[in-house]
Design a protein. Sequence first.
Length: 496
Amino acid sequence: MSTEIMAQDWGRMWIGGKWVAGEAGSRPVVNPATGQAFAEVSEASVAQAQEAVATAQRAQPAWGALSPLARGQIMHRIAAAIRAEAEPLARLVVREQGKPIAEARAEIGGAAEFFTYFAEFARRIQGEILPSDAAGEQIWIQRVPVGVVAAIIPWNYPAALVSRKVAPAMIAGNAIVLKPHEETPLSALAMARIFEAAGVPPGVVNIVTGDGASVGAALTADNRIDLITMTGSVPTGRRIMETAARNLVPVSLELGGKAPFIVMEDAELDLAVASAVTSRFMNCGQVCICNERMLVHARIYDAFMDRFVAATRDLRLGDPMADTTDLGPKVSLAELEKVERITAEAIAAGAEPLLRGGRPEAAPVAGGFWLTPTVLAGATPDMAIMRDEIFGPVVPVTRIADFDEALAIANDSRYGLSAYLFTNDFNRIMRAVSDVRFGELYINRVGPESLQGFHTGYRNSGPGGDDGSHGLDHHLRKKTVYVNHSGSSPVRLMPW
Ligand code: NAD
């Protein structure tokens, strides 16, 4: 199928098992490395988004009635097909999103793994049997599909996030309508080809392309939706939650982050430096769990920063299709300009560049959205760059005097997704475990998060979460069944 993936007709989306052209015009897809459009994707009308919900609603009962094993078998076929098509899919991610090919290959590996992992729940979606207060009765709590899921995803992992949303929905017996980000829709469309070939029944999965304000808003406002799962920014998450409130629909929101990266004086320095670099600069800094602000103990500050700046300088900016590239372009000019603005404001506020990046004079490829790394010392907790998400190759650093100060600064954030701690002191580790108020805590290691974990944020990082058995839980609702098998039917209000 690989040639098919690269030569796919991008002008059509997948609704009700059919490939249909969008009725609301089209939009070019731009390669961030070159700034050139290389595909044209059609956009759904509001009516088409609503038709996708209707077709999902029609398809769901039969899908939900299949045995989980039968659903899981289709999902195993999807995982195998993603692995078989790994290279063209990875190259597609690079072309539409700009991350280095090595990272894109890892993303596609993850995209397959989500299907394998959730397919394995086929025999593990268990209910409960409770004793009744009366003889000859049982109470069952079943876990049943929620129904129709609307999924909205951002641009930073255009393939893996499709799997993260679709796989748990499928094993739970739900139907799903997924809207990719308007700037990176191709991976989702390529995955739809794989779903189709793997035998996903028409309407069980629908991929609808279009922009957030029309298609995204239409999906999330539709009162036939039973669960909204969205990954993206805080303002969009807030808007979706307001919309969902009107229909009293549950939401699971994976929003932004502002991860503190704490390095204490007893940390293993080489590990801490390598981890800090990876965590800040992977995917050009465009990861929700990225190292967004470094809090480094005064006693090792100079040694750490010397090595960190040197390692950052060594990162190889280059064509993202090259195996040797560490740092690709930003995803878009708008994102590049946003990061430039945040950086300039921080410097104007007194942050001191230890390394001053910017648009390179000799970009690896002409026309792309290239930005080299910046490291800013002397950042104070009140600066916007220490409070707002950067989502790019720029990192502010604060010198801290002790662990209490690090904890206080770390927790003083309206975000609460991930936090990092590098230390070998057991007591500090245990204090962090109890006192760090973030949904994910990484101790002496970097991400990515694991499939069996629970990817969840506190505060503005959004309610809900993905992955693991807890992520699956959102896709299942409970039904309590009271069963009288006593042979009689006593009428009683209070059995005790
Ligand atoms: P975004 O909020 O701009 O867009 C996300 C999606 O929402 C897109 O598909 C967009 O079309 C859609 N959308 C926009 N307006 C909408 C509306 N009114 N109704 C419904 N849908 C609408 O976010 P982005 O710029 O694509 O992504 C970057 C953000 O995503 C960052 O803040 C990042 O931290 C966050 N993110 C979070 C996680 C996580 O797991 N917590 C993972 C990746 C990215």
